[in-house]
Structure formats: C-alpha cells, structure tokens
Design a protein around this ligand. Structure first.
Ligand code: ARG
Length: 279
C-alpha cells in the first residue's frame, strides 16, 4: 500500500479558528442532476446512435464541477464529449456520490465513469479501466498556521506524518483508503465531497484534508487561510471505468481514448484547465 508517510507534530486547530468558509460555487453536495432526464432505457450496447450515460461526481474541479448553468463541466466532461463524438453517441452526464459510481456501473444504470478516478487494483477487480488519460497526486491541505509540517526522509523526499490527526477525506476515494490503511479508521472523517471536507477543515472539525492535488488547489484558492503541504505522495493515474461485461463499449472507448491521446486532443483539454503543468 502506498504510504502517506510519516513525521509528527502537534495539534493544530483549537476549535476557535473560524475563518469564514465557502468560497465559490462548488460547495453544495451534488445530487442527481443529470442534465436532462432522458429515459434511462438505452444501454450503450449498440453504441453508434445510442446514448453514452456517464456518471461522475461533480465536486472535483477542474475535472468536474457544476457550471453556472448547473451543467457538469470540466476536463472529464470534455473528454467524454470527445469520446461520444467519435463513437457517434449522445453524451448524458449524471452527477452522483463518488462511492456510488462503481455500483452504478455494475447495476447498468450508467455506462461509463469519468471522475478523476484513480486506477486501483481493488477497483480493477470490479470494473475495467481504459488506458489512463491524466495523473494526480494525493496532497494534504492544512490551515496556514498549522504545525503539521513535512520533514525530509532518508531519500531526501518530503514526508508528513498524520498520526493522531483527524483527517478529512471524500468517502470512497483513494485518499480515504490510504489514510484509513495508514492511520486507522477512527482518525479518518469521511465527507460526501471535497468541499464539505474543506469546510470541516475551515471550522476546525478536522486537522487536515487529504485529496487530489488539482481539486486541492481549487479549494485552497476558494478559501482563505489554507495551504497545501509540499510533500511527495503517491502518484496516481486516472482512467475511465466501464462494467466488466460491457466489452464492446470498452473496446470502442479505449480506442477512442488512444486516438484522442495520440492526436493531442486530451492534452489540449487538460491544458485548457491546468495551464501551467498539464500532463
Ligand atoms: N482520484 C481519487 C480516487 O479515485 C479521487 C477522485 C474523486 N473524484 C471525484 N469526481 N470526486 O479515489
């Protein structure tokens, strides 16, 4: 298992620290806001001309978030649109809890997940992952005045020890899995989404939040008084997930992703949202 690494420091937030929370837009827990309620009959069995039903959790900018029109926008939505386009399909996006995505694939209520979802061996037993299309890193968000601080390990990498800290995570994410493994469930507080975990950090209910780097940057930009620790955590690969038995769609989507990588489309989409350091 990937370690979140170790180093130790004392307590941070007296519950007193109440910097006002809630920056912009992406804070509400998303519910089923499928942009139009298309009759949910068409599975993607015959792809061409069909509906590609994508599931995501749109609280994860810049990969997916709700725009001002209450539509799912972001890198994953644009990549999915490019895939649907290649397949001659109509894209329909449903926003749901992150932990419901794999069950929804298995139940056949959606055909594909693009959700900044990390390829992980346990998930790969449940669904098929396409080629990866982006990378992420788990990071730690703390209040600016936190005394949780990285230290250098023997290899010269910066590590942080969260032992004994209360850690906020989004339920079912890799951040949740790693922290539960490394520090024990009793130290991990699960939230429906990243913005709620960050709100808990702002009002002192948790000492830190462990989440993917790009959403972390967005949350920190939207909330005064937070920072991302400079640590080198596990690198992760994001891929689309499709039900194990949906092999025809899988082949087509995977080919589409390979082509969209090869011709630079995916790179262009990522750079549109992550200008400085697109991968
Ligand atoms: N990369 C992490 C994972 O796969 C977090 C993904 C969260 N995605 C989201 N759309 N909320 O577990």
């Amino acid at each position: 298992m990937k370690k979140l690494s170790i180093a130790m420091l004392s307590m941070v937030l007296a519950g007193s620290m109440l910097l006002t929370a809630c920056g912009g837009g992406n804070t509400q827990p998303a519910e089923n806001t499928g942009s139009d309620d298309t009759q949910q009959s068409e599975t993607a069995e015959n792809t061409e001309g069909g509906v590609l039903r994508m599931g995501t959790n749109a609280t994860f900018p810049p990969y997916e978030y709700m725009d001002e029109n209450n539509e799912v926008a972001g890198i994953d939505a644009e990549i999915a649109a490019a895939i649907a386009d290649k397949l001659g399909m109509e894209l329909e996006i449903t926003d749901m809890a992150f932990e419901s995505l794999i069950p929804a694939l298995q139940a056949g209520t959606i055909d594909i997940v693009l959700a900044g979802m990390t390829v992980d061996p346990e998930r790969a037993e449940q669904v098929n992952f396409t080629d990866t299309y982006a990378t992420g890193v788990q990071v730690v968000i703390v209040p600016e005045n936190s005394d949780i601080a990285p230290v250098e390990n023997e290899e010269g990498a910066m590590e942080v020890d969260l032992t004994g800290k209360t850690i906020g995570v989004q339920t079912g994410t890799t951040g949740d899995l790693y922290c539960t493994d490394d520090y024990g469930q009793e130290f991990v507080k699960q939230f429906d989404n990243g913005p709620l975990a960050v709100a808990a950090l702002m009002n002192g209910q948790v000492d830190c939040v462990v989440i993917d780097n790009e959403p972390a940057k967005n949350y920190v930009a939207a909330n005064e008084g937070l920072k991302i620790l400079d640590t080198a955590f596990a690198n992760e690969d994001y891929a689309a997930a499709i039900a194990k038995d949906n092999t025809e769609l899988f082949e087509q989507v995977n080919t589409a992703i390979q082509e969209l990588k090869a011709d630079g489309t995916i790179q262009t989409i990522i750079e549109k949202y992550i200008p400085a350091e697109a991968e």
